[in-house]
Ligand binder design. Structure first.
Ligand SMILES: [Zn+2]
Length: 228
C-alpha cells in the first residue's frame, strides 16, 4: 500500500501489532526454554485475547463450500491441541440441506454440525474442525468429535444416495487421516450411539457396512497415492 492509500494508516497499525506479538512470543519462548513448540502453541492460544489465526471462508475439506453457522451453535476451540479428535458422528437432518443450513445459522437453535452432505454429494462446511460444534447433545462427545449431517429422512432409504455415501466416506477418511484414528465402528458412530442421546439418527436404513467399506477404500487410495 502506498502513502496515498486511505487504508494505509489502519493497515500499518495492524502491522505494528503483529510485530509486537511476534516479539512477545519470542520472549515467551526464551522464558519457557524447555517447552516444546507444541506445548507453547497450546498455551499461547489459550491466553484470553489470543486466538489461532483464521482465514475467513477456509474449509477443512477442499471440496466443501463454506457457510458459517451462528456462533451460539458452537464453541471456538483449538482442536486437536486443546481436545483430541477421535470420533466422527453420523447424523441425518430429518429435512432438506437448506433447512439444516437455516437452523444452523439461527443462534437460538443451540445446535449445529461441522458438515452437511447433500443428496447429490455436495458438502457444506459450517463450523471449522478446530471448533466444537453442538451436535451430539453430550459435551464430552462434542469436544472429541466431528459431526456430519446427511440430507434426508431416516425412514426414507432412497435419500441415502450413492453420491452421498461416497462423498461422506471421503470426508470421513480425510478426518481419520488428519487426526490419526482408525476407521472402525468404535470411532465412526451414529448419533444414536452417543451416551445419553435421545436421537435415533442415522436410523436402520443407513448402511454401515457399505459406509465403512468406502471409508477404508478411500484411506487405502490415499496411502498408496502418497499425495498427503
Ligand atoms: Zn443427529
Amino acid at each position: 500500500m502506498g502513502p496515498g492509500d486511505p487504508l494505509g494508516e489502519g493497515r500499518r497499525g495492524i502491522g505494528r501489532r503483529r510485530v509486537l506479538l511476534a516479539g512477545t512470543a519470542a520472549v515467551g519462548l526464551g522464558v519457557l526454554g524447555l517447552a516444546t513448540k507444541q506445548e507453547l502453541q497450546r498455551w499461547w492460544w489459550q491466553v484470553p485475547g489470543n486466538e489461532k489465526p483464521r482465514v475467513a471462508g477456509q474449509v477443512d475439506d477442499a471440496r466443501a463450500r463454506w457457510v458459517a453457522a451462528a456462533d451460539g451453535n458452537m464453541r471456538r476451540g483449538d482442536r486437536p491441541s486443546d481436545f483430541r479428535i477421535d470420533r466422527v458422528i453420523i447424523h441425518v437432518t430429518q429435512g432438506s440441506a437448506a433447512s439444516a443450513v437455516k437452523v444452523f445459522r439461527d443462534p437460538a437453535h443451540r445446535a449445529a454440525a461441522h458438515y452437511i452432505v447433500c443428496r447429490d454429494g455436495q458438502i457444506i462446511q459450517m463450523i471449522r474442525e478446530l471448533d466444537v460444534a453442538f451436535h451430539a447433545a453430550n459435551r464430552e462427545y462434542n469436544e472429541r468429535s466431528i459431526g456430519i449431517e446427511h440430507e434426508g429422512w431416516i425412514d426414507r432409504p432412497q435419500d441415502f444416495t450413492e453420491e452421498m455415501y461416497r462423498s461422506s466416506a471421503k470426508l470421513t477418511a480425510g478426518i481419520c487421516d488428519r487426526y490419526g484414528f482408525p476407521a472402525d465402528r468404535k470411532h465412526i458412530i451414529g448419533h444414536n450411539e452417543v451416551p445419553g442421546a435421545d436421537h435415533t439418527d442415522p436410523g436402520r436404513h443407513w448402511d454401515w457396512d457399505k459406509y465403512l467399506r468406502l471409508v477404508r477404500a478411500q484411506l487405502k487410495t490415499e496411502s498408496t497415492s502418497g499425495d498427503h
